[in-house]
Write a protein that binds this ligand. Structure first.
Ligand code: FES
Length: 198
């Protein structure tokens, strides 16, 4: 059978649809909006520089730290605490924080107690209501002259060296301690320098 190659005249003459048909140019395509692409090479370079600057920064901080050593500043061991008349009868705790001492005045003498428990070295608390020192660590108790009477403390608390300077002020030296340890046959509480007559 012969193929029908005839084109319908209506189809062949059909004008193109759309703006072209009206003699207009087709609208320009809008560029699609996209985020600026960071190239992988750029990213890698940025990361490497961040690491380098971070490393240098840490090293610089460590270098600065070198000028601020972790030093413990010990309190002075020889110092003045004022005149004997500045102290009334009883225990004065105003130098405890600064110098770890208490000034104790009893009828006839003034002495300085080094605030260190003779059991394991904690700092006891002065309990004015109970007229005694009490160690918070293991419960040792000391009377108002720092003589032990309860708990594991083996002996009274030590006393620091005291003397008067040329102006009559009390100079304390906590490097020179007077000890009462009767088991060891040692009793230095009446030695010159262990107290001031007052
Ligand atoms: S240290 Fe004071 S009782 Fe143990």
């Amino acid at each position: 059978m012969p193929e029908n190659t005839e084109t319908k005249p209506a189809e062949a003459a059909a004008p193109p649809a759309g703006p072209a048909a009206a003699g207009q140019k087709p609208p320009a395509k809008k560029p699609t909006e996209s985020k600026p692409r960071v190239e992988p090479d750029k990213m890698r370079r940025r990361l490497i520089w961040t690491c380098i600057w971070g490393y240098l920064g840490v090293n610089f901080l460590m270098f600065l730290r070198f000028f601020f050593p972790r030093a413990l500043f010990e309190p002075k061991t020889v110092f003045s605490i004022g005149y004997p008349s500045d102290f009334g009868l009883g225990v004065d705790t105003k130098f405890q924080r600064e110098y770890r001492i208490w000034v104790d005045r009893v009828p006839g003498r003034l002495f300085v107690i080094y605030a260190r428990c003779t059991h394991l070295g904690c700092t006891p608390d002065w309990k004015p209501a109970e007229n005694k020192f009490k160690c918070p660590c293991h419960g040792s108790g000391y009377d108002n002259e720092a003589i032990n009477f309860e708990g594991p403390a083996p002996r009274p608390m030590d006393r620091a060296h005291v003397e008067l300077d040329a102006t009559g002020q009390i100079i304390v030296d906590t490097n020179r301690l007077y000890v009462r340890d009767l088991k060891a046959g040692r009793d230095e509480f009446d030695n010159p320098g262990a107290y001031l007559p007052a």
